[in-house]
Design a protein around this ligand. Structure first.
Ligand SMILES: Nc1ncnc2c1ncn2[C@@H]1O[C@H](COP(=O)(O)OP(=O)(O)OP(=O)(O)O)[C@@H](O)[C@H]1O
Ligand SMILES: [Mg+2]
Length: 376
């Protein structure tokens, strides 16, 4: 029967063509999978690897056969941190998602990878396994870690330098006060003695008066120098800070500020001052000085109000001025070093700096520092 034969011939060639097309498309996908820079990994719901490419094996430091026999327990580290990784690998998170995970290579080292995962479903729409595209990010992670470490070291260095600076200042202030101060006082006593003795010397009155005049000038000069030495010591580190505490030092600094700038100041503080350690006292005082300098330099204010309080186990320092207010970029801390320095210093004690504008005011800066040490 010729008709039947013809039909059979037609069917065969049709089938052959579609088989070839299928082979071609399979070949194409295999090429893609084999040359991909990403690892490709299909894991079923029980954690068994049902498919993996060479790149994944290479990333994990295993042979392809080893990867195919792999259970996810072998690549996921023990401990709670691995919990999310398990969920991701098993596709328990459901929909398509991307996350960074730490996997364990065969040699025990850590492989940081970005997993882009999506569920694979069977014909009935049930999820049978999960497809992961795996990108190695160990290098990036290492750099991130280095950057973080570097930042941390920089912070430590800054804090160390800040401490050294404060120590130096204290030392210089004491040295100047003791050495120069004593020398000058001695000189003053000597000059006074000279003046007294000159009275008893039998010289023409005119000559004695000329010399006495010179001695008075010298005494005047020494007095001025003593005064200046005292001022320099006080500027380096006000003794009032160590003797009477933070509130008294702030009050003193404000009255100096008023005298020099003509800007009015108001100060509100506690009646009974809480015990503040040296770190907090110094930090708060230096922060206060920078904020006050900023108000004088940038705000054009005619009034500065300061509040110092201890509330809810933290000490709060608030400084408000009625000036022009602080602009957006300065608030985010990208302009000067002053505010950056404050943030760092306060941060070291577990505190914070808030900047903004209070209604009806210019700039408001609020510094909070926990009273108790965080580390216990
Ligand atoms: N009280 C204020 N009123 C208005 N603007 C302010 C006030 N305080 C700060 N600023 C703004 O914030 C910026 C950053 O202040 P910051 O103290 O960090 O730097 P600076 O004072 O300019 O320089 P320095 O590093 O010497 O302190 C200032 O340049 C200023 O524009
Ligand atoms: Mg400043």
């Amino acid at each position: 029967r010729p008709q039947f034969l013809q039909g059979l011939l037609l069917d065969t060639s049709e089938q052959k063509r579609s088989e070839e097309a299928l082979k071609e498309s399979e070949e194409r996908f295999r090429k893609i999978v084999d040359t991909a820079h990403e690892g490709i990994w299909v894991v079923d719901a029980s954690g068994r690897t049902s498919y993996a490419n060479h790149r994944l094996a290479q990333m994990l430091g295993m042979s392809l056969q080893e990867v195919l026999n792999l259970s996810f327990h072998q690549v996921v580290g023990q401990g709670t941190a691995s919990h999310g990784v398990q969920e991701t690998l098993l596709g328990e998170t459901g929909q398509h998602n991307t996350r960074e995970v730490a996997l364990r290579r065969k040699d025990g080292t850590v492989l940081w990878a970005l997993l882009a995962s999506s569920p694979l479903e069977n014909g009935a729409g049930q999820r049978v396994s999960t497809l992961h595209m795996v990108t190695e990010i160990s290098e990036r992670k290492k750099m991130e870690e280095q950057l973080r470490e570097y930042g941390e070291r920089l912070r430590l260095l800054a804090s160390h330098l800040e401490g050294v600076r404060e120590e130096e200042r204290t030392w210089i202030a004491r040295e100047i006060h003791d050495e120069l101060g004593q020398g000058l006082t001695g000189l003053k006593l000597d000059l006074a003695e000279l003046d007294r003795r000159l009275t008893r010397v039998e010289w023409p009155e005119q000559d004695k008066n000329a010399l006495k005049g010179r001695i008075q000038e010298m005494l005047h000069c020494v007095d001025g120098t003593i005064q200046r030495v005292r001022e320099i010591c006080t500027q380096l580190r006000p003794p009032i800070l160590d003797n009477l505490g933070l509130a008294a030092a702030i009050e003193w600094q404000l009255s100096e500020f008023e005298r020099k700038t003509g800007v009015s100041t108001r100060f509100h503080t506690w009646e009974v001052e809480p015990e503040l350690d040296m770190d907090r006292t110094t930090t708060l005082f230096r922060v206060f000085q920078e904020l006050l300098t900023n108000a004088a330099r940038h705000s054009g204010a005619s009034l500065v109000e300061v509040r110092l309080e201890a509330l809810h186990k933290e000490v709060m320092l608030e400084l408000r001025d009625n000036g022009c207010g602080i602009q957006g970029q300065a608030i985010s801390g990208r302009s000067g070093l002053g505010l950056l320095g404050i943030r760092e210093r306060v941060g070291l004690l577990g505190g914070s700096l808030e900047l903004g504008s209070a209604p009806g005011w210019g700039t408001r800066a609020l510094v909070r520092i926990p009273l108790a040490r965080q580390e216990g």
